[in-house]
Design a protein around this ligand. Structure first.
Ligand code: SF4
Length: 233
């Protein structure tokens, strides 16, 4: 009955912080690569040690609870082992599928470019941008705040997903076939609207559903149509 053994963990982040000072790190092999090496797992076990905790999450990363006093040294060691540590807080957080374990890499270069261009952007509430490499969208791009589904040198863009809760639902198609050359500029415009018009800490899906008939989206519509091709609101 291992499936239901130890259902109540005794080393959660909250419990550890009642008697100590721990920091949580979201660690993964990369944005695209989902394969850890045995050496990386050994390094994770070593830095967490007997005092911390390891948990897997729904966001393609492993959550480590490590002593705050050693966190900078631990981050250096994890990075030297080739691991990626996601930045926390209200930023544009980029996710991606694994491009069929590296067999379908057509959208990998633009994914890396979008990461470099957008991941330092500060926004009212953490904004998840999920890039999937084909129409199968098997990493559920349409259930993140901005879902990009790659098809032949272009992306279909989905907005407005409610990612969790009783009212969870997929986003709707916002724009079809935005070219690889224009996708960064297209996303920048959406992000600018969010930065400018959202209420403090307002999640993107609430902002989008509250404002999608507002004048500023409508005012943007003609420029999007002329600049980017077909756009649906
Ligand atoms: S979305 Fe497409 S390219 Fe990405 S892992 Fe799934 S099947 Fe492969």
């Amino acid at each position: 009955m291992n499936a239901f053994r130890s259902n109540t963990p005794d080393r959660t982040f909250e419990k550890l912080n009642t008697n100590g000072n721990f920091t949580r790190l979201a660690v993964s092999p990369g944005i695209i690569n989902k394969h850890y090496t045995p050496a990386q797992f050994q390094k994770i076990a070593e830095v967490v040690g007997d005092s911390g905790a390891i948990k897997y999450s729904a966001s393609y990363s492993i959550l480590l609870s490590v002593p705050t006093i050693n966190v900078n040294e631990i981050i250096n060691e994890l990075q030297e082992a080739g691991l990626y540590i996601a930045k926390q807080g209200p930023i544009v957080a980029i996710k991606a599928c694994d491009f069929c374990d590296g067999d379908k890499m057509e959208a990998a270069e633009i994914t890396e470019h979008l990461y470099e261009a957008l991941h330092e952007e500060t926004v009212p509430s953490r904004l998840r941008l999920n890039i999937n490499g084909c129409a199968s969208a098997c990493y559920n791009a349409v259930y993140d705040d901005i879902g990009l589904v790659y098809q032949k040198d272009s992306f279909d863009v989905y907005l407005g997903a409610v990612p969790m809760g009783a009212n969870a639902k997929a986003g709707t198609l916002f724009a079809k076939r935005v070219s690889v050359q224009k996708i960064e500029s297209f996303l920048q415009q959406i992000i600018r609207h969010y930065q400018k018009h959202a209420r403090p800490n307002e999640p993107f899906h609430k902002f989008y559903r509250r404002t999608n008939s507002a004048e500023f989206w409508q005012a943007l519509k003609p420029s999007l149509i002329s600049a980017f091709g077909v756009v649906s609101f």
